[in-house]
Design a protein around this ligand. Structure first.
Ligand SMILES: [Zn+2]
Length: 421
């Protein structure tokens, strides 16, 4: 053997590509998976007997705002629970924003997520701030944590690109500073024309600097908010689909079916990625409805049925817009199961894939992700026998292996009966 096995996982069942394997041994040398077979007769520095527990590629957080995480209640709680009160509170909290403040909270949130099996994260950094404090903070976090978790940073113009002077320049500055992804928010530009123009500019910038695209798109209950078709058209014309993500697209849930059906055909051509954030959009959208009250989500099930890549994210963890959020992507998948009515057997499994492999596609991770010989050794052992049991019990991440090294392990809670019943 030409390598020393540093870590041997024995008899774990791998769930990947929608398939559950028989129990397998997985040999890791350094930061690479070297062998996977039913039985490996090897000695390793460290051996983890898994006894049939589930092994999955890491969870992928495909949409979070790490610049605002863990600020719920600062300087005051959101009493109405609405988007607009959240914006008011954030305007106050932003006054005391510093690079150090962002680093501290972002790394705390990343640790919460990593301890639950998340090893890849796409965060948005608000570039509407003239000092670019959130961007500087999150770019430094990306560097500080890179040995144990991979972070992508989106330059996100929260207030619109053309609605305030200086944002166009800051977005380009963000590319020069090394942001991975160009963001946008066309439905929040002053006019529809500005929104269309902003999408074209985002694509131009991404092409010029060879970056990915992730646009907050149609995150509103307005059935006339139709920037998704603009994104799809640009992606088709420029043949960039797999590098482009439309986040939220909640208005798609309000479109009439005739338009939605036509649009779905264009989306199949465009092959762009989608991110839905069911925790927050269920709570923020539909607020102006009486009854029947809309769920405020995009058409997750229908996109999945049409073969499009959909992943799921938190968006917020304990901030002025959403004071809950555990960082556990099984919670997010579970909410999608309910809100999108994906309770069929294959649909349940698909929701687990939406927080693992589909997230990896959204982040364009390609060969950096997945359990196979020769791949980087990033994987998670869950205290469950299959993907559905993982959802049923919100299975504990027993072991999180990052770049070949055990990063964090958790012992599931033990229940002890005090009486015989
Ligand atoms: Zn967002």
């Amino acid at each position: 053997m030409a390598y020393d096995v540093s870590l041997l996982l024995q008899q774990g069942r791998i769930f990947q590509h929608g398939q559950l394997s028989e129990p397998m041994d997985i040999a890791i040398a350094g930061d690479t998976i070297r062998a996977i077979a039913p039985h490996l007769d090897l000695t390793a520095a460290t051996t983890l007997p898994l006894a049939g527990q589930l092994v999955i590629p890491p969870f992928v957080e495909s949409h979070i705002h790490l610049d605002s995480v863990l600020t719920a209640g600062q300087p005051r709680w959101n009493q109405s629970g609405t988007l607009f009160e959240g914006i008011e509170i954030w305007r106050e909290r932003k006054q005391s924003l510093t690079v150090e403040d962002i680093q501290e909270r972002a790394i705390a949130a990343l640790k919460i997520q990593a301890s639950q099996g998340v090893l890849f994260v796409r965060t948005h950094a608000d570039v509407s701030d003239p000092t670019l404090t959130p961007l500087h903070g999150l770019l430094s976090v990306r560097e500080a944590v890179k040995d144990w978790i991979t972070v992508q940073v989106v330059a996100f113009p929260q207030d619109g690109i053309y609605s305030h002077p200086g944002t166009v320049e800051r977005l380009e500055e963000a590319m020069k500073l090394g942001a991975d992804v160009v963001g946008g928010i066309p439905h929040y530009e002053l006019t529809r024309e500005d929104g269309v123009r902003s999408v074209k500019y985002i694509f131009d910038l991404a092409e010029t600097y060879d970056r990915l695209i992730d646009i907050h798109c149609d995150e509103i209950d307005d059935d006339q908010s139709r920037f998704l078709e603009v994104i799809a058209a640009e992606a088709i014309r420029r043949d960039m689909g797999d590098r482009v993500t439309a986040s939220h697209t909640t208005a798609f849930g309000s479109y009439n079916n005739a338009y939605a059906f036509k649009l779905m055909g264009f989306l199949r051509r465009a092959r762009i990625n989608f991110v839905s954030n069911p925790l927050i959009n269920l709570t923020l959208q539909g607020r102006m409805d009486t009854y029947p009250k809309r769920r405020g989500l995009t058409r997750v099930k229908e996109l999945w049925q049409n073969g499009l890549n959909v992943s799921l994210g938190h968006d917020c963890i304990q901030d002025p817009w959403y004071c809950l959020g555990t960082g556990n992507l099984l919670d997010v998948a579970l909410m999608a199961v309910h809100a999108c009515q994906m309770t069929g057997h294959d649909e349940l499994q698909a929701c687990v894939q939406m927080v693992t492999e589909n997230g990896a596609r959204t982040l364009n991770l390609h060969h950096a992700y997945g359990i196979a010989e020769g791949q980087p050794a990033n994987l998670v052992v869950l205290d469950a026998e299959d993907a559905i049991a993982a959802l049923q019990h919100r299975a504990t991440a027993r072991h999180v292996i990052s770049q070949g090294q055990p990063l964090v392990s958790t012992t599931p809670p033990q229940v002890t009966w005090q009486q015989v019943v």
